[in-house]
Each structure stands twice: as structure tokens, then as C-alpha cells.
Design a protein around this ligand. Structure first.
Ligand code: ATP
Length: 267
């Protein structure tokens, strides 16, 4: 079972270069988070509140977690992740207690990014939930966000693929009041993501990433990462079999059926 709380220091650093495409999103998220974290005095001087919460929305596997992690690495912030469904506990008060602990830690080790994956599991529309746990946990989350001190030093990033399912109270000013949509990659974006995931692989000269980007309509970043890995594995298998002394990766050799199969397996 996955632990709901993790700190980025145990993770390999993620940099902006590890994210293919999404230039506009990277820029936007930096503008929202980096400036107030580095120069809270500017915001104070202007009399405006730095943002506390950002909502990233888009389908699974498009890089929401990756972005939050890269942001934390790049600005040297501590990183805490909360997995929405994981933190929901049947035991009375346990989920709220865990949330409080995470925010306390984040405050202690600020600047911090608190990333909440699958936010909709924690905070569905209150009128739609029958569960008492959800109601209490949303209330706790809102209280914690309202209570964030150290202006701009803690930013909560929530991710969801169902923004409409969220409790609207979460999207009010002072809470998750910035929203960034992340769309599935188009052809050009897919090529850039493939470049990221094959940059340390010995690609065959005749590999045509443009062509593969064209063939992979409907693939997300996660699908493309899996594709590159699968190509590497297949090159390795081949190498072990015919022992030519040369590992050459040819994504193009993966037949279209396999491409489809891979996609199906990942859906
Ligand atoms: P989920 O909603 O399922 O958590 P997500 O949007 O948070 O999905 P990530 O976990 O960030 O997606 O992405 C999964 C993996 O897919 C990443 O670790 C990375 O390998 C790859 N990936 C996704 N998007 C990109 C991208 N734009 N560039 C490079 N790799 C990407």
C-alpha cells in the first residue's frame, strides 16, 4: 500500500527538461508560484495575497504530477504528496489528523509544495456526498488552506481529471483559485515527449520520431514513456538473442499492432 506522504528529497530531481512540450503551462505555473515564493515582499508591498492553491486538471497521464515535482525541484521547495483516495480513512478523525500533520511539516520545512493527487476523491461536491468522512475532510482542508501563514511559502497544488466534480467551495478566492488545464499532447507535443524519453537511448539512425508521433494519436505522455521503455526492452531482448554486441533501439520496429496493444493495456 502506497504511503500518502512523501518528500521530494528521497526522489531523483525532476527538471523542466524532463517534461516534453507544455511550455505555456510551465511558464504559467512558475509565474504563479516562483515569484511569490522568492519575493513575498513584493506582494506585501502591493497589498495582494500570493496564491495558495492551484488546480491542475486534465486526463490521467498528461504530466500533472511531473509538473508539480519539477516545480518543487527547480525552486528548491520541499515536496509533499497526498494521494486523495489513499488518505481517506474509515477511522474517525484519522484523515483530518494526517492532513494536519502534513501541513504542519510543510510549514516547518517551507518553502513547500503540497501536491494533492485525485483531489476529487477528497473533496467531491458536498451535496453529492453521502459520506461523512468527505464532509469532514473537505472542511479540514479548507481550514488548513485558510490558515496558511508565511505568505506564498506554501502552495497547494491539486490535480484532478474531473474539475466539475469538485466541491465549489474549494475554488473560491484564497483557495484553489488558479486553474491550469493540461491537454493531451498533439503530434508536435508527442514528438517532444518522445525526444525526452529517448534522449539517453542509443536510437537507430533510421528511427523517425516524427512518424511515430504521427502514429500515436491518443497517446498521453505516460503512454509514450511506456512505449519508449517497451522499445528498449525489445531491443534488449533481441540483443540477448542474437548477441551482435550492439544494442540499437528502433522504436520504428515496434509493429503497429503492438502499439495498439500497448495502448489498450494501459487504458
Ligand atoms: P495521473 O492523473 O494518472 O496521476 P498525471 O497527469 O499526474 O497522471 P504523471 O504521473 O505526471 O501524469 O505522468 C506519468 C508519467 O508519464 C511521467 O512520470 C512521465 O514519465 C510521463 N509523462 C507524462 N507527461 C509527460 C511529458 N509532458 N513529458 C515527458 N514525460 C511525460
Amino acid at each position: 500500500k502506497e504511503e500518502p506522504v512523501k518528500e521530494v528529497s528521497n526522489y531523483p530531481k525532476v527538471s523542466w527538461e524532463d517534461i516534453g512540450d507544455l511550455e505555456d503551462v510551465k511558464e504559467k505555473i512558475r509565474e504563479i508560484v516562483e515569484l511569490p515564493m522568492k519575493h513575498p515582499e513584493l506582494f506585501q508591498r502591493l497589498g495582494i495575497e500570493p496564491p495558495k492553491g492551484i488546480l491542475l486538471f486534465g486526463p490521467p497521464g498528461v504530466g500533472k504530477t511531473l509538473l508539480a515535482r519539477a516545480l518543487a525541484s527547480e525552486i528548491g521547495a520541499s515536496f509533499y504528496t497526498i494521494n486523495g483516495p489513499e488518505i481517506m480513512s474509515k477511522f474517525y478523525g484519522e484523515s483530518e489528523q494526517r492532513l494536519r500533520e502534513i501541513f504542519e511539516e510543510a510549514e516547518k520545512n517551507s518553502p513547500s509544495i503540497v501536491f494533492i493527487d485525485e483531489l476529487d476523491a477528497i473533496a467531491p461536491k458536498r451535496e453529492e456526498t453521502t459520506g461523512e468522512v468527505e464532509k469532514r475532510v473537505v472542511a479540514q482542508l479548507l481550514t488548513l488552506m485558510d490558515g496558511i501563514k508565511g505568505r506564498g511559502k506554501i502552495v497547494v497544488i491539486g490535480a484532478t481529471n474531473r474539475p466539475d466534480a469538485l466541491d465549489p467551495a474549494l475554488r473560491r478566492p484564497g483557495r484553489f483559485d488558479r486553474e491550469i488545464e493540461i491537454r493531451p499532447p498533439d503530434t508536435k507535443a508527442r514528438k517532444e515527449i518522445l525526444q525526452v524519453h529517448t534522449r539517453n537511448m542509443p536510437l537507430s539512425d533510421d528511427v523517425n520520431l516524427d512518424a511515430i508521433a504521427e502514429m500515436t494519436n491518443g497517446y498521453t505522455g505516460a503512454d509514450l514513456a511506456a512505449l519508449a521503455k517497451e522499445a528498449a526492452m525489445s531491443a534488449l531482448r533481441k540483443f540477448l538473442k542474437d548477441n551482435t554486441g550492439k544494442i540499437n533501439l528502433d522504436i520504428g520496429q515496434i509493429p503497429p499492432e503492438t502499439l495498439k496493444e500497448l495502448k489498450v493495456n494501459m487504458d
